[in-house]
Design a protein around this ligand. Structure first.
Ligand code: 13P
Length: 256
């Protein structure tokens, strides 16, 4: 069974106490649902702002809830003012790093080439990247979705071998669905997920094609999650706004 992952991307939200409280509530929820989650192979991941990683790790210690960063620079150390490296994130005890989120691409100008370097750095540090791809509304309306996703996938994973690639979790996040309340239909999402899976097969091998988890992100909430997660190639969700409240995040997880 492919690993199902429900990841909360808290983005630049919450203060320290709120982050601690939310993490604690999620850990309690995970304990309450432990049998179901284990049976359905569901993992929870929290991605707080970098400043609160340690506080959240303290809350999740000894639980099944994993913690990830929202970004990492590709150099391991050095004169890169304001940046943090994958080595530092691994040193804290995190498991995941989100790479290539559309907000990083659009607001901070990250290129496919930089995302490729970041994926390699995250894997080299022993962490698992959650590698985001997704088209804009203009690209979808121009009928370019499949090409855009394939381009981002190929450029992002360039020079990564099958061993490296086996560490990656993919997240399909259509830019037009992020923070807009306009969720992709299960059919729209499933089409892209199924294309991504075939692409993994043609770039790597059939074992990876069948084993890599592909998450959907973009306005996922407790009302629409079940239908999305019921699609054969949707293995979980990368949740923004609805991950900021424990009850909606846990309800999404319980519907996986
Ligand atoms: P929303 O769930 O708020 O649309 O955000 C999705 C997202 O960007 C997760 O990474």
């Amino acid at each position: 069974m492919r690993q199902k992952i429900i990841a909360g991307n808290w983005k630049m939200n919450l203060n320290r106490q709120q982050a601690v409280d939310l993490a604690s509530q999620v850990v309690h929820g995970a304990v309450a649902h432990a049998d179901t989650f284990a049976r359905r192979s569901i993992s929870l991941v929290l991605c707080p702002p970098a400043l609160y990683l340690e506080a959240v790790l303290n809350q999740t210690k000894g639980s099944d809830v994993a913690v990830g960063a929202q970004n990492a620079y590709f150099q391991p150390a050095g004169a890169f003012t304001g940046e943090i490296s994958s080595e530092m994130i691994a040193d804290l005890g995190c498991t995941y790093v989100i790479i290539g989120h559309s907000e990083r691409r659009q607001v901070f100008g990250e290129s496919d080439q930089m995302i490729n370097q970041k994926l390699a750095a995250v894997i080299a540090a022993g962490l698992q990247p959650i590698f985001c791809v997704g088209e804009t509304l203009a690209e979808r309306e121009a009928g370019e979705t499949a090409q855009v996703i394939e381009h981002q996938f190929r450029e992002g994973t360039k020079a990564l071998n099958a061993e490296d690639f086996s560490k990656i979790v993919i997240a399909y996040e259509p830019v037009w669905a992020i923070g807009t309340g306009k969720v992709a239909t299960p059919n729209q999402a499933e089409t892209v997920h199924s294309d991504l899976r075939k692409l993994i097969g043609s770039c790597y091998n059939s074992s990876l094609e069948n084993s890599v988890s592909i998450l959907y992100g973009g306005s996922v909430n407790s009302a629409n999650a079940a239908e999305l997660l019921a699609q054969p190639n949707i293995d979980g969700a990368l949740v923004g706004g609805a991950s900021l409240k424990a009850d909606s995040f846990m309800a999404i997880a319980a519907s996986a």
